[in-house]
Design a protein around this ligand. Structure first.
Ligand code: UDP
Length: 237
């Protein structure tokens, strides 16, 4: 099987890790993601992963209850480290060599993020999990995913969600919602589509980095994306 993308960046939201639960991490989901990742690695794809923390803590939620925003965001970033370690554990149990690199230095549990080191890991076939977002408050892990993808020269960002692409309105609420096969960055921003935060989209646009939005729950989707099949919605120039 020939692959289309040699190096990919997978973005998983924290909520995706929750599965059917209302908080935290579902071991079943972790196991499922690990097997999906394994399929892609076996094709020879080099993979970076960025994980959010909506299943544990979001900075805006803390700030809305009166917390200092920067402190709350720091907590959100630390929560991504927990998710990253859980993902690393699941991947390694499936025989996939993994490194967690944190944007907030945390030497006893992860490596610090150093770009050259990250690309070396990828070249050796190790999956690199980029933890702690960008390391800066007021950003999201969507922006972190695009930023790291650009830094490591990934050819695509795969945004794994619970829906099978981008719709003109919420497909859960509206039965007449229409799915887009493709979208330009400008369309996403103009129509105010809630695919990814605007900062992430704008950053991807600067370098023409494609973003594929697909359903994580459907087995084989990431592999299909890797070999160039159209799954979900492709956002590009
Ligand atoms: N966060 C941050 N800077 C970053 C990335 C994340 O401050 O570069 C914080 C922010 O508080 C955010 C939380 O970490 O709410 C979790 O990330 P995100 O909301 O992107 O998670 P997701 O929605 O993907 O689960």
């Amino acid at each position: 099987m020939t692959i289309k993308y040699r190096r990919m960046l997978l973005k998983l939201s924290g909520e995706a890790l929750m599965g059917e639960e209302s908080y935290g991490i579902s071991p079943k989901v972790l196991e499922f993601v690990a097997s999906e990742v394994k399929e892609v690695i076996e094709l020879g794809v080099e993979l970076g992963i960025v994980i959010g923390a909506g299943n544990i803590f979001r900075g805006v939620a803390g700030a809305s209850k009166g917390m200092d925003r920067t402190t709350a965001d720091n907590m959100g970033m630390l929560a991504t480290v927990m998710n990253s370690l859980a993902m690393q554990d699941a991947l390694e149990r499936n025989g996939i060599i993994t490194r967690v690199m944190s944007a907030i230095p945390m030497q006893s549990v992860s490596e610090p993020y150093i770009r050259r080191r990250a690309t070396r890991h990828l070249e050796k076939g190790r999956v690199v999990i980029f933890a702690a977002g960008t390391g800066n408050p007021y950003f999201t892990t969507d922006s972190a995913a695009v930023l790291r993808a650009l830094e490591i020269d990934a050819e695509i960002v795969i945004k794994a969600t619970k829906v099978d692409g981008v719709y003109d309105k919420d497909p859960v609420k509206y039965s007449d919602a229409l799915k887009f096969e493709t979208l330009s960055y400008d369309e996403v921003l103009r129509k105010g589509l809630r695919v990814m935060d605007a900062a992430g989209i704008a950053l991807a646009r600067e370098d023409g980095l494609p973003i594929m939005v697909l359903d994580m729950g459907e087995s084989g989707n990431i592999k299909k994306a890797a070999i160039g099949k159209q799954v979900g919605t492709l956002i590009s120039e």
